[in-house]
Design a protein around this ligand. Sequence first.
Ligand code: FUB
Length: 325
Amino acid sequence: MADKDPIVTHVYTADPSAHVFKGKLYIYPSHDRESDIPFNDNGDHFDMNDYHVFSMEEVGGPVTDHGVVLKTADVPWVSKQLWAPDAAEKDGKYYLYFPARDKEGIFRIGVASGDDPAGPFKPEPEAIKGSFSIDPATFVDDDGQAYLYFGGIWGGQLQCWATGEFNKDGFKTMEAQEGPALAPKVGKLNDDMKSFASPPQDALILDENGEKLHSLDHDRRFFEAAWMHKYKGKYYFSYSTGDTHFLCYATGDSPLGPFTYGGRILEPVIGWTTHHSIAEFKGKWYLFYHDSSLSKGVTHLRCVKIREIVYDEQGKISLADAQAK
Ligand code: FUB
């Protein structure tokens, strides 16, 4: 596998969440599939109905496909659209977090658990109480406290929750039209890893003057694809800007934020969406991301790729191959 090759080509994969469990690198992606649903801003054509888990001993080495670990039919509250998942480990148990539409068409976040990072995972019968929108990302801090980040505007429905209650008129606007941009959400998880310890709050992203990013600042405002990692004691919140197709990051001193905008990690890729995770494996840091190159540009048929990243002395992130030029 060369640097910019897909990790696998026998299935379409996207939205990779990477974790090191038991000394191996595991990737929890969306499993894209063909669909004849017309493209729209709601993302209805992203009509996925199961998850596979992948693992590898080395970046660039053989990749094991552990097969289907969860599917729509296993989860009583789900109607459709198994979107970007993530996984976590706590006290020897493994948890798979996933967004999907419930029977009313509202995106919620579910959790399934198991004894092995490669699954299978047994879902809870209900979505996580107080969860909404899409793209869950978990982060377990050094003190053992787990956090769940989530949210996505437009088809991800975050704008429908601006008042705290679901308002379907939010579909008309897709996002805040003026004033501060909608913030991603973060909530502390209880020790059971299946419930929020307190209602999720805004994970604020601020500009260089300490002001909230503006909703018209499409090059920097949060759209979807939250991710958290910690590097040298600093919390790095990274995300996609959606319609401007950048992967960006912001840093802070607490996992709850606020975070100050720090820059771009990845320029637009082939395909509309861009989504990632960041993890350290065997002493190097990597960006896990996707593009639509495997399908020659079909936006909802994507493939996961891996690139090494590096940090400069100020903690700024860049792609290792860009540094080498
Ligand atoms: O894969 C479906 C959606 O596309 C994800 O939830 C978004 O982050 C975008 O990648």
